[in-house]
Design a protein around this ligand. Structure first.
Ligand SMILES: [Zn+2]
Length: 428
């Protein structure tokens, strides 16, 4: 159904009116240091925000026992108590339109070296039209965009004429289990919008890689450094194993392994040595070292295949002479996530692209992402079309992460029009 021009005008005017308030909301949400296990302040903030929209926030726990058999489930890193996802549901007076999920993750990755930031990562600041802070771009700006879009409809005296679910979830950055728990707990909707950020420009996700997390722990034989030859150095052994993964990464990026949806993307399959711990003392041959690995999964491949590849690499490494009999343990905790192509012909995607282009005069760039989003759950495991698009963000997962305020406003207005057209509108 097409949107009445008068209603569209009123909604857009309301978005303009609410812009400053939205930026203040983003500031409050970015101030919450919602890294893994510390999401409570951001979840509480989201509950307050939903209440301010006149919606009753409800807790949706992540219960591994209920999710374990699901193909979208990933092995958890930590326990889920006290970290419930927060969901709110708008119900129309008469449901005439199509229902919609607005989804965003509140978790952020660690800030890294805080002393490298221009301003502290959890003390957000706007400079030259950009807000700086950990999570401002990925993806708290997107969350505030959908909240402001909904609020703008209300301010215009309207509301969606269909059910709209808002999901604020944890663990997008390590398992995706928060999104899966909410998807499973709530009734299926007709479409999903996830305002994940674009890569330095506003963009719409056309595809995303899968990801497998693996942990390799090497146990050597400690010795006083004066008897170095008698020991087995766990750190050196671990680095030898890592070199095998570097070779695997080169192999996986060969042209014949790249799916057409990622053609033209430079180095789409990234294998990252993200964490390393090892050793005890500079004058002792180290006993133990652990590699924390993130291995990309190209479209056309599967998480199960990549898991088997990792098992094979580690098995081969065990036989290396250079390891001198060091013990090697392999574990899978965190992402076990499939790659995914989003349907660019889906009507929700078409409406989003048309809305954005109509408002800005620019097309939303299609983005085959070398990282992932929670969108895969809905697209792969529920068969629900997903429009994953968001504002221009820079240095996400890096130092001085930022998001463009004009860009965020464009995304807010686009979501508002897309929601109005998709769901239809009724008097509030
Ligand atoms: Zn994200």
């Amino acid at each position: 159904m097409s949107l009445d021009p008068g209603a569209a005008r009123a909604i857009l005017d309301a978005c303009d009116t609410l812009r400053t308030e939205g930026e203040a909301m983003l500031m409050r949400l970015t101030r919450c240091p919602s890294t893994l296990g510390n999401e409570h302040s951001a979840l509480a903030e989201m509950a307050r925000i939903y209440e301010s929209l006149g919606l009753a926030p409800q807790h949706v726990p992540t219960v591994p026992a209920l999710l374990e058999g699901h193909p979208g489930f990933s092995p958890p890193l930590i326990a889920y108590e006290g970290r419930d996802n927060v969901v709110a549901v708008h119900r129309p007076r008469s449901a005439n339109g199509r229902s919609l999920v607005l989804q965003g993750h509140v978790d952020v990755v660690p800030e890294g070296a805080e002393d490298e930031w221009t301003t502290p990562p959890f003390a957000p600041e706007i400079r030259n039209g950009r807000m700086y802070g950990r999570g401002a771009g990925d993806m708290k700006a997107g969350i505030i965009s959908y909240v402001t879009a909904f609020r703008a409809m209300k301010l215009a005296g309207l509301q969606p004429a269909a059910e709209v679910q808002m999901h604020s979830v944890i663990e997008e950055e390590c398992t995706g289990n928060g999104a899966l728990a909410c998807m499973m707990a709530m009734p299926k909707c007709d479409a999903v919008i996830i305002p994940e950020p674009g890569p330095g420009l506003p963009a719409l996700y056309s595809a995303e890689v899968g990801v497998v997390w693996a942990w390799v722990t090497v146990t050597g034989r400690p010795a006083h450094v004066r008897d170095k030859q008698a020991g087995v150095n766990a750190v050196e052994a671990a680095m030898q194993i890592w070199h095998r993964f570097e070779a695997y990464e080169r192999e996986m990026n060969r042209a014949e392994h790249i799916h057409p949806s990622f053609r033209g993307v430079n180095h789409p399959v990234n294998v990252n040595l993200g964490t390393f711990s090892g050793g005890e003392w500079n004058s002792s041959v180290p006993t133990r070292a652990t590699l924390g690995l993130r291995v990309g999964v190209m479209m056309g491949n599967s998480a199960a295949n990549v898991r088997a590849d990792i098992e094979h690499i580690v098995e081969q490494a065990r036989g290396d002479a250079g390891l001198k009999g060091a013990k090697v343990k392999l574990e899978f905790k965190g992402f076990m996530a499939e790659p995914c192509v989003f349907d660019m012909k889906a009507e929700i995607v078409q409406i989003a692209m048309r809305s954005y282009a109509g408002l800005t005069g620019h097309d939303l760039r299609h983005y085959p992402a070398t990282g992932l989003t929670d969108g895969r759950h809905f697209a792969l495991h529920q068969g629900t079309p997903v429009a994953c698009f968001g504002p221009d963000a820079q240095d996400i997962h890096g130092i001085d992460e930022s998001v463009g305020m004009d860009s965020m406003h464009d995304i807010t207005r686009s979501i508002a029009l897309t929601m109005a057209e998709w769901c239809g509108v009724e008097a509030a």
